[in-house]
Design a protein around this ligand. Sequence first.
Ligand code: DAH
Length: 345
Amino acid sequence: MKDQLLNIKKALLAELEANENNEAFDIAALEALKVKYLGKKGELTAILRSMGKLSPEERPIIGQLANEVRSEIEAAIEEKKTVLGSKEKERKLKAEHLDITAPATVPSFGGRHPISIVREQMENIFLGMGFDIAEGPEIEREYYNFTALNTPDDHPARDPQDTFYITPDILLRTQTSPVQIRSMTGKEPPIRIISPGRVYRCDEVDATHSPMFHQLEGLVVDKGITMGDLKGTLDLFAKTMFGEKTETRFRPHHFPFTEPSAEVDVSCFVCGGKGCRLCKGEGWIEILGAGMVHPNVLRNCGIDPEVYSGFAFGMGIERIVMTKFAISDLRLLYENDLRFLSQFN
Ligand code: DAH
């Protein structure tokens, strides 16, 4: 039995040695070897089971030897395991080779869209003057978009060729001006709001037209509001938006909801008024429509025009974006081309 025990140890050591340079002999193979020698059905266990047949004098001697053999086998396997472990680590390190000199992949960050950039600038200018931001629906009642704004029944803007109607009574708003009506109806002046948002018109897409674009509306109603307040407000806006030297010019115009009405130009901030490519030689760039709120509009909202007066203005945000950044084609703003958009980050 003593020889049997010693042979088991020898056999294990021989097996380990035989696999010394065997690349395929891994930790799993080592585990299998451990089971073979020390497991429940292993050779050592079989010998220990038969120890009952030994004489009482032999039993402790063989028992001690068996324990020694077991711990020697365990130690040999442990030692091999350490070797295999570091070999495996080395192999992994080689396989997962990391080139720390390779250029890093920089995550790409999104940025503000130029329309959002300019809209926020405009909002901040007017917020600084004490305006609040008002919102209105893009799907609007015909009444708010046209009728309450004093627009005659035969006005060309009402034509289904120009306006997207959903029903005869419901349409996609063609301007942000209906927010004026929503802000005045049932409210007591003073009222001082701006309203930025999307508007829709039946236009073919080209370099200066899009069926969807953005406007920013402004409205002030109070006692004693004059055209002077309108001019002062827009002049300050223009100077903050385009530069301190910017001048404004009011030209007579017609809008159904204001009287008198004006179109407002700013002096070209590139050439200072001499005439250049941006202002097409004019020296002036048209940026908005404005005027004193028509008494009929005030009346439609339940405000007495004998007590209150007001001014209003509306401007296209795209127009300002294109002017400010010298963008020649409106379509660039909607194509989501990162080569274009990333220039504004
Ligand atoms: N709603 C007009 C348009 O879309 C712009 C406008 C002009 C708005 C004069 C106003 C205004 O509030 O007073 O062309």
